[in-house]
Design a protein around this ligand. Structure first.
Ligand code: ATP
Ligand code: FE
Length: 352
């Protein structure tokens, strides 16, 4: 069986054909990051127009690369939530036309569930497992019990982690530094942090008194923004200038994010023990979402998990950020179970 997946939830137009063995038969992706860096963030009508401009080419290219016609796939899977409604609409409208043309079954996809299950395409992974999704819009800790059965254990109460990375990168004007034009704020911070001291600037612990498994990144972002302002004054860096100890600031920010994630995740694992939600030995945590492409965070969380007899599995970075492959794979998972089919006519997209 083969599924065509279409993704337009945010600022990436993605399409792919995947088979039931997890082989990627063809893929195409168009990123709008350059456009949005210019405006300092995503402006939804602009994102919509760019999706409209590229979707036909992207889907056609994915099929061409797979050496297939539309009739050769068994279903069309498309992200319908959560995301920017104007962006999601472009994918859904396009899929609707393809369904009308071909009569193929349609499978609506939840973008976060797709992020969560991508790991199962890479390696055999039995339910239940824990999943931590770190992305531009979410921080979710959930128990994956089945393809369509997730129990939410914790989430961000303010900024999403990717948002904190992007805002900190913007505050540091990283896009103005040569060589960083085309990458996300998160990638820019990770690269710069490699040369820095993660203990250069400390933060007061975040949520240390919260007896739940939620997350908060606004405090880390604000505390580091204060550090940046102080450093700019101390070093007399003028508007538009670049701080010489930028690397230390990036490394410290990343370290504080890791520290917070590790602390909250520890609580999550303890909670799972208490409620007997996971096997007590050889259990698995799946890490996914754009921020999960950060190697420093992956390494740190892997070490922490090992302590709790938990294996960390994270898809390769290109599968962590938005793409059509994960949508097609989620379609395959549902097709295999014979669940999730819907009529795209009259279907709505959802912001959350
Ligand atoms: P959501 O999945 O919540 O709807 P999204 O789809 O916009 O949000 P993703 O594509 O999953 O988000 O991730 C994008 C985010 O990942 C951006 O905020 C980006 O800065 C961040 N990111 C990408 N690479 C890295 C990295 N190496 N380190 C940290 N953050 C990163
Ligand atoms: Fe995403």
């Amino acid at each position: 069986k083969r599924v065509l997946g279409i993704e337009t939830s945010c600022d990436d137009t993605g399409a792919a054909v995947v088979d039931d063995d997890g082989n990627i038969l063809g893929e195409a992706l168009h990123s709008q990051i350059r456009n949005h860096l210019e405006t300092g963030g995503i402006i939804p009508p602009i994102a919509r127009d760019l999706h409209k401009e590229h979707i036909d080419r992207v889907v056609t290219l994915a099929l061409e690369r797979a050496n297939l016609q539309l009739q050769d796939v068994d279903a069309i899977a498309t992200t319908v939530k959560p995301g920017l409604p104007l962006s999601l609409m472009v994918g859904l409208d396009y899929a609707r036309t393809l369904v009308k043309q071909s009569g193929l079954p349609f499978i609506p996809i939840h973008h976060m569930e797709a992020h969560a299950l991508t790991a199962r395409m890479i390696e055999p992974l039995e339910f239940p497992f824990l999943v931590l999704l770190l992305s531009g819009g979410h921080c979710l800790l959930a128990l994956a019990r089945d393809v369509d059965d997730f129990v939410l254990i914790g989430k961000n109460i303010d900024d999403a982690p990717g948002d904190a990375f992007d805002k900190t990168a913007r505050r540091l004007r990283l896009k103005d530094i040569a060589g960083f034009e085309a990458v996300s704020g998160g990638q820019a911070i990770e690269q710069l942090a490699k040369g820095g001291n993660p203990r250069a600037f400390d933060c007061t612990p975040i949520m240390s008194r919260h007896s739940d498994c939620n997350f908060s990144f606004a405090g880390i972002k604000t505390q580091l923004a204060t550090v940046i302002t102080k450093e700019e004054q101390r070093q007399n860096v003028q508007d538009g200038g670049v701080l010489p100890n930028m690397a230390d600031i990036c490394a410290s920010f990343q370290y504080q994010v890791l520290r917070h994630l590790a602390k909250r995740l520890q609580r999550g694992l303890l909670f799972c023990d208490l409620k007997k939600l996971l096997p007590s030995r050889n259990r698995t945590l799946v890490l996914s979402g754009g921020v999960a492409s950060n190697q420093f965070l992956r390494d740190g969380l892997e070490r922490m998990c090992a302590h709790y007899d938990c294996r960390l599995v994270a898809p390769p970075p290109p599968l962590c950020t938005d793409n059509g492959i994960m949508i097609a794979w989620n379609g395959i998972e549902k097709l295999k179970r014979g669940i999730g089919f819907a009529n795209p006519e009259g279907m709505r997209v959802e912001h959350r």
